[in-house]
Design a protein around this ligand. Sequence first.
Ligand code: NAP
Ligand code: F7E
Length: 320
Amino acid sequence: MAKRALITGITGQDGSYLAELLLSEGYQVFGVVRRSSSQHFERIGHIQDQLTLLSGDLMDEVSLINVLRECRPQEVYNLAAQSFVQTSWLQPVLTGETTALGVTRMLDAIRTVDPSIRFYQASSSEMFGRVKSVPQNEETDFYPRSPYGVAKVYGHWITVNYRESYQLHASSGILFNHESPRRGLEFVTRKVTHGVARIQAGLDTQLRLGNLDAQRDWGYAADYVKAMYLMLQRDEPTDYVIATGISHSVRELCEVAFGAAGLHWEDHVVLDPAFLRPAEVDHLIGDAAKAQQELGWRCEVDFYGLIEMMVAADIAALTT
Ligand code: NAP
Ligand code: F7E
């Protein structure tokens, strides 16, 4: 019998890569999709015939209970969230409802339907915010700097709490930024690589950005979903930092991305205060030693390979 896994957020960047991975491991894969007036399954269109999509929403615990009863999974990967930091200042309550309380709803649905289900929570390096030590690992204190980061801290601790209170096999992956050609256009890596492709094609001349000094530890999403899967194969649930251990600034990102298309970033990038944040996370850099030792996890694509891949994909998409 094939193992069954349920993914919330299957239409998102990580959900699509995780679905591919679990299918390749022989799983029967189910995904939660929320009702919308128009479907947007671009990231999973190529595998949709192998997936079973079920209607549900992290805002509605009844829908989660029904989904679990219908698909009876052994593993649940909770990737759904309002995931864009900037939007979390504009919609702080919605962000709390989905990114924070949504985790409780899913954990409680699991406790109700089948407490033997293994659970993965998509925690975030944004929880470290104004960092307390460098690099950040599983022992580093949290100091979130956005409503999104605050909501993720809640989601993280409720996962720990349900593990300790009810002995659920619940693990939390504290993932640093991970990107890909499937990244949403609003996130800075994809905004830059997509902007580079448009400028190279003569469709635009400028790219408007905010804080060029922010530094992030950027990895490749397809590498990171492997860590999620590995966490749920362990006998003991626990939490892991997943990161490359190397950080770069947004300015370096621009240099590499424009350079990959034979352009100079300083000719095109315009600073726009509209993209500055009320409170910034200046520098994140992760220490994934625990995941390397216990899970045997490694990242295979580095920052330069990642950005070149994304620029090439955005250029190809404009020319085909
Ligand atoms: P993403 O592309 O923004 O995808 C978010 C997913 O959540 C989408 O499938 C979205 O569905 C779904 N969703 C949002 N609200 C929902 C709701 N109320 N009910 C059900 N589904 C809902 O995010 P991602 O980059 O793949 O990230 C996956 C998870 O990892 C998120 O929890 C994110 O916060 C976390 N994370 C991401 C990173 C990163 O660098 N990518 C790092 C650390 C943690 P629609 O398609 O219907 O909008
Ligand atoms: O910003 C700066 C911005 O929006 C990165 C999410 O997946 O990773 C992501 O959150 C940095 C910030 O990602 C622009 O100020 C400059 O310092 O790509 P981002 P994020 O906020 O780090 C974490 C780990 C998550 O968990 C989140 O879900 O880039 N920046 N200029 C800009 N950022 C954007 N978006 N747009 C700009 O124009």
